[in-house]
Design a protein around this ligand. Sequence first.
Ligand SMILES: *[C@@H]1O[C@H](CO)[C@@H](O)[C@H](O)[C@H]1NC(C)=O
Ligand SMILES: *[C@@H]1O[C@H](CO)[C@@H](O)[C@H](O)[C@H]1NC(C)=O
Length: 240
Amino acid sequence: MKSLFFTLGLLFSVQRLARSTSDSEMHENRALEPLDRGPYFDISASRNVTALVGKTATLTCRVRNLGDRTVSWVRHRDIHLLTVGVETYTSDQRFVASHFPRTEDWTLQVKYPQRRDSGIYECQVSTTPPIGHSMHLSVVEPVTSIVGEPEMFINKDSTMNLTCVVRHSPEPPTAIYWTHDHEVINYDSPRGGVSVITEKGEVTTSYLLVQRAQRADSGQYTCHPSNANTKTILVHVLND
Ligand SMILES: *[C@@H]1O[C@H](CO)[C@@H](O)[C@H](O)[C@H]1NC(C)=O
Ligand SMILES: *[C@@H]1O[C@H](CO)[C@@H](O)[C@H](O)[C@H]1NC(C)=O
């Protein structure tokens, strides 16, 4: 009796072993021959985009397992079909779709984007029913300001501290330079005591410091960011 139980137990465990082997074989077969789960979006590669007014914006849609289906781009604001494959379907020729062979990326370029082009764009795949992935495009215009503009009054011999701020820039300006009465400020001039500090970030700030301000330092100071509008402040140095 004891040995029968033992044999039965062994039999069960052998069966269990056999079943688990065939299970893992099935998993392996599935990995070798993936079930056709149809097209799907690689969300991590298909993201929201922030672009500058006037500078070509590119939305990317990565579709895996596309097969012979077609990728289209639709603007949500007015449910307007912009492109089908690499053909532009709208009369607005600023919209151009591209696909590079051997990649899974389908891009929509918006040339000369304006602020009103901001909104949701959907990449659609022609399955039945169609599937789509939406992305947000925001078209921004950097804005430059100078603290205290348009005019500043300071006392002779005090420090002139002009602060130029650039906001809404998708990337910090690569450079900011200053002019005084339309001439580029030379920080190594014999006058001395003129310096600039620029802090780059989501908001970029450039400080122009002029020590011991004199009457000759009066005039128009203009801040010129590389990717935003210029701004001017009129400075009056007062005799005390
Ligand atoms: C994309 O932008 C939309 C609208 O601004 C927002 O609701 C969504 O969370 C954003 N998605 C990602 C992944 O940032
Ligand atoms: C210049 O002014 C800004 C504020 O606009 C201030 O944060 C900064 O410390 C000032 N710099 C100097 C050297 O006074």
